[in-house]
Ligand binder design. Structure first.
Ligand code: ACO
Length: 429
């Protein structure tokens, strides 16, 4: 019997089965042979919310949630945050290696030359109400891009995929900035290719009548680092949406709209917005203990705390905490920081949170920085989407190139009614 195997005894039949174990995992399909009768469907696994199911083999992002480790293609997030920039990290995530100088220059050039959006998209965005949530605008507009780039349907063509990659990474900040300008009633600012990716985004957001927008270097660097930290996070809810929707071979704009919709929810990318609302609700440092007690009593959650994977301090939250100090030097201290720090202090000492291994996640401090920079709360998930677009594309491409992948189609355990005959309305009780 091979050492790397699992022996299963089916007590219903007394039969034994040997199932290979690879990478500490068994294949669910290897259980299908386990049957009581020949015409049985075979054994399945039940895993709501996919808590213990690997849905793919991936080489992109590594997380050790117990140790608080996050690496893109093997490079620790802390090193990338300190020494790389968002576009270089994007290249790394997508192509698996740090670019050489010529590769980097070409990559940046290609992104920059895909930042403009069709004038009709601008008109389309004008149709949204003045108070439309920018995330709703972003989701709708990205989906609409599929009608402008019909070549994107050719998902099995690497040249087409490459083109959509440039377009998506290039245009996301433009759409995001236009959504913001629309909400504040300011004229749209077109991209400026003489600026860096992040500076250009800031220019499209905040440029007024000056000839060229000059971003504060500390804030531009901070935003760039935040983009790096948010670029990918392996099989989270939105990456899973991207892979699942993309597995039908729909174009990447439609799949990214679905992924962004998944990100919009308060349990995922909407959490930093929810953190700020929570800090507002708490109101002052003195009210923190009472708030923590109410969470423990089951009245809501401590937003920005806890993570499906991290059962330790989220390494991104550590980087962001340091970044916050640098940003507040420029913008002035966000008064809600004191409430957040007190909340963290009390929660990390409290048995309820310690026992459940609930630590601050990436969203706990990022919102404070965004707010200090001048972003309205509604823009937080939009910022997340700009960065995560890179991860979504990388996960999508990996899925498409994986010969073991097929259209995502889980099974169910049907416990509903057995067959019954239709009853005409007049005879129903
Ligand atoms: N506040 C209070 N209690 C919590 C919290 C929280 N933030 N998170 C989890 N718990 C408790 C649960 O009530 C549960 O307690 P129980 O065992 O007594 O029932 C236990 O901890 C385990 O929680 P689950 O919900 O099973 O954990 P899960 O892995 O499903 O959830 C999640 C992870 C969704 C992130 C959760 O921790 C949460 O809701 N956090 C707040 C929202 C948030 O910050 N989301 C951002 C995540 S990061 C990102 O998506 C970018």
């Amino acid at each position: 019997m091979p050492a790397d195997s699992l022996t299963i005894t089916d007590n219903r039949t007394g039969k034994q089965y040997e199932v290979p174990v690879t990478h500490n995992t068994i294949k669910s399909m290897d259980l299908r042979q386990i049957k009581v009768k020949d015409d049985d469907f075979g054994l399945m696994t039940y895993d709501p919310a996919l808590l213990n199911t690997a849905s793919c083999i991936s080489k992109i992002t590594y997380i050790d949630g117990d140790k608080g480790i996050l690496r893109y293609r093997g490079y620790p997030i802390e090193q990338l945050a300190e020494r790389s920039n968002f576009l270089e990290t994007s290249y790394l995530i997508l192509y698996g290696k740090l670019p050489a100088k010529a590769e980097y220059d070409e990559w940046v050039h290609n992104i920059k030359f895909h930042t403009l959006i069709h004038e009709n998209i601008k008109k389309f965005m004008d149709g949204f109400l003045y108070d439309a949530h920018p995330m709703g605008m972003l989701i709708g507009t990205v989906a609409a891009l599929s009608t402008f780039y019909v070549d994107a349907k050719d998902v099995n063509n690497p040249t087409s995929r490459q083109k959509q990659t440039y377009r998506l990474i290039g245009k996301m900040p433009t759409i995001a900035a236009f959504a913001y300008r629309h909400s504040v009633g300011r004229p749209y600012v077109y991209p400026d290719n003489n600026l860096t990716y992040t500076e250009n985004f800031m220019s499209m957001l905040w440029k007024m009548t000056e000839v060229q927008y000059k971003a504060n270097p500390v804030l531009a660097k901070a935003l760039d680092v935040l983009f790096i930290l948010h670029a990918d996070h392996e099989q989270n809810c939105s990456a899973n949406a991207m892979r699942s929707v993309g597995s039908s071979h729909v174009d990447p704009y439609s799949a990214i709209a679905a992924a962004a919709a998944a990100l919009y929810g308060p349990l995922h990318g909407g959490a930093n917005e929810a953190v700020l609302r929570m800090l507002d609700e708490i109101g002052s440092k003195e009210k923190v203990p009472a708030f923590v007690e109410s969470v423990k009593a089951g009245k809501g959650r401590l937003m920005g705390f806890g993570h499906r994977v991290y059962k330790n301090y989220d390494p991104r939250a550590k980087v962001i905490k340091t970044l916050a100090d640098e940003v507040f030097e420029v913008t002035g201290r966000n008064p809600k920081l004191d409430i957040a720090l007190e909340l963290e202090r009390i929660a990390l000492e409290d048995d309820y949170f310690v026992k459940r291994k609930l630590y601050p996640n990436v969203d706990f401090y990022s919102g404070l920085i965004y707010q200090a920079m001048g972003f309205p709360l509604e823009m937080f998930p939009v910022l997340f989407s700009i960065a995560r677009t890179v991860g979504w594309i990388a996960q999508w491409e990996e899925m498409l190139l994986d010969a073991e992948q097929k259209i995502a189609r889980p099974r169910q355990i049907y416990l509903g009614e057995d067959t019954r005959d239709y009853v005409v309305m007049s005879k129903r009780k």
